[in-house]
Design a protein around this ligand. Sequence first.
Ligand SMILES: Nc1ncnc2c1ncn2[C@@H]1O[C@H](COP(=O)(O)OP(=O)(O)OP(=O)(O)O)[C@@H](O)[C@H]1O
Length: 271
Amino acid sequence: MITVENLTVRYGELKATDQVTLRAADGLTVGLVGPNGSGKSSVLRAILGGLHESEGVIAIDGQATTTLSSRARSRQLAVVAQEETSDFPLTVWDAVLLGRSVYLSGWSSYREADKSAAEAAMRQTGVWAFADRPLSALSGGERQRVLIARALAQGATHLLLDEPTNHLDVRFQHEILSLVSSLPLCTIVVLHDLNLAARYCEEIVLLSKGRIVAAGEPGDVLTAQLLEPVYEISVRRVDQEGVPQLLFSPRERAITEVTRNEPISMAGLEG
Ligand SMILES: Nc1ncnc2c1ncn2[C@@H]1O[C@H](COP(=O)(O)OP(=O)(O)OP(=O)(O)O)[C@@H](O)[C@H]1O
């Protein structure tokens, strides 16, 4: 379980999150959603312990993260960050195996168990066929799946993902999130695509301007009433087989559509 209590993140004068409190239970996938700049990544970074200017208490399985060594934290918590790049000429196999480095001591080399875990994670995410290819030669989507494989290979019980579907085509967006949500892990995932969040997250936390606007089951949070003021866009919800699915239209277009049968004025177009 991951618990975040009264988290306030500051970047100098700017307050990126304000008293954020949330809880992600074991086995559940919690979606963190909200407009650009609403503080989603800052919450993830704080959980990872990468922010010095933050107030509040963050605990993993009841233990405050400030009391965990970085190695202990890495064994419990895996992360798939946005746009991760490496200057090292790694193959896909090397990159995934790196997830096992938290189990190495000193200069010891990888054991058979490490290699089996890496292979299993690669097969699970569909990147086994790329094992010998350089990481730098993969498409963005393929690379993203490799990073998820590395997180799985790490064997952590808690998983943080920041926009994992960014570079994925539609099929892999669904495959990866379906995989992530089926894992028996405590997962917090930042998603921009609210329809994917609706389908694959058991709980949603909606952030706006650094504060939590709503939290709960997708059906309760992904409503036009809550989303429209936060995103400043028109929202229509169509529930499909019990899953909320949302249709969006810019507010200006909604107004234009009302008048679309009116004759188009040619004024200003004539020479
Ligand atoms: N390193 C930083 N230094 C200064 N300000 C930052 C830094 N990182 C984020 N911010 C600011 O903090 C606020 C929250 O940013 P954050 O990245 O957490 O939002 P987000 O919801 O993840 O955004 P996005 O959806 O665009 O990725 C924004 O106003 C952003 O400009």
